[in-house]
Design a protein around this ligand. Structure first.
Ligand SMILES: C[S@@+](CC[C@H](N)C(=O)[O-])C[C@H]1O[C@@H](n2cnc3c(N)ncnc32)[C@H](O)[C@@H]1O
Length: 300
């Protein structure tokens, strides 16, 4: 049976959150399998949709539709690429962060501990640094920070000690070599959960995901027209915190600065007071949705 590229997460909730105007300009910065984009297009008449994805596999899913423009680049350059297309401001921006199921399901992309293959994890295969490069060349302190902060790995120090002693013998290049190197500190009872955290941490570092998100949020605020919507789906607590703080305060620390009249100096206003999460029914249908969190904001 042919594998589905990706099942869109929180589809109705996020499309509703965009509050689509038929003649508006919209951006889906994480096109992937085009699940969200397809729904946006259904709601557009004369409006346009710009779809970003840095992954060449996603490019193969691009639609043949005159209202759709695909941009095969990192969305951290969203402002420049839209300007290049003659667009200064848009009515809505959607980001559904992370990688597609397709990437997890293809062995040679190196994202999943279920397979053998190179320890790669680059979303953009033209970028220079793979997960293996990080494992082999980062300092002890950096590796501890990566596994602690991005993976919340409890025994990060011990894990890093294992990596350092293995790489002294020979460079770690493949998923199997990596798993063998860290085997002594993988808890037997919770092996899958532990490996998922370790691999997630490496993926976030390999693709600079948190820095990219910050660049993107700052540019989005400028790119939205007044009344325009920002819709972001995250899968990691650090990402969600950045989005939440940015909507609340216009900065990543969440520190609200008030003017003389007591108004908060943020150009965004949360549309929903509480974060939106998938229903149990959605999680049952699509377990990869389980950690998703959706936040919607409107440009003031
Ligand atoms: C979770 S998937 C999106 C799935 C999509 N919403 C759908 O319904 O098919 C995330 C996609 O965003 C892409 N992506 C992640 N970070 C990116 C970045 N910084 N620049 C461009 N594309 C990125 C990944 O390659 C992946 O295809």
């Amino acid at each position: 049976m042919e594998q589905v590229y990706h099942i869109p997460v929180l589809l109705n909730e996020s499309i509703e959150g965009l509050n689509i105007q038929g003649d508006g300009d919209y951006v889906d910065v994480t096109f992937g399998g085009g699940g969200h984009s397809r729904e946006i297009l259904k709601n557009l008449k004369s409006g346009r949709l710009f779809g970003f994805d840095q992954d060449e596999d996603a490019a193969a899913n691009a639609f043949d539709d005159e209202r759709f423009i695909f941009i095969r680049h990192n969305f951290k350059y969203i402002r420049n690429f839209l300007r290049y297309k003659g667009v200064d401001q848009v009515d809505g921006i959607l980001a559904d962060l992370g990688v597609s199921s397709h990437d997890f399901d293809v062995a040679e992309r190196g994202f999943s501990f279920r397979f053998s293959g190179d320890l790669d994890m680059r979303m953009n295969r033209n970028s220079s640094k793979t997960a293996a490069d990080i494992v082999n060349s980062s300092s002890e302190e950096d590796l501890i920070r990566i596994f602690k902060d991005y993976g919340e790995v409890e025994n990060a120090r011990r894990l890093v000690r294992q990596i350092l002693s293995a790489r002294q013998v020979k460079p770690i290049r493949t998923i199997d070599q990596f798993k063998e190197a860290i085997a002594p500190c993988v808890p037997k009872k919770t092996e899958t959960k532990y490996l998922a955290k370790v691999f997630q941490a490496l993926r976030i570092e390999t693709n600079g995901e948190l820095d990219v998100l910050k660049d993107f949020l700052e540019q989005s605020m400028e790119l939205l027209k007044p009344g325009g919507r920002l819709v972001v789906i995250t899968y990691h607590s650090l990402e969600d915190r950045l989005v939440k703080n940015f909507i609340k305060a216009g900065n990543f620390e969440g520190k609200q600065e008030k003017d003389f009249y007591g108004n908060v100096a943020s150009a965004l206003q949360a549309v929903n007071r509480k974060v939106i999460v998938p229903t149990e029914e959605e999680i049952e249908r699509n377990p990869r949705a389980r950690s998703a969190k959706l936040r919607i904001a409107e440009k003031v």
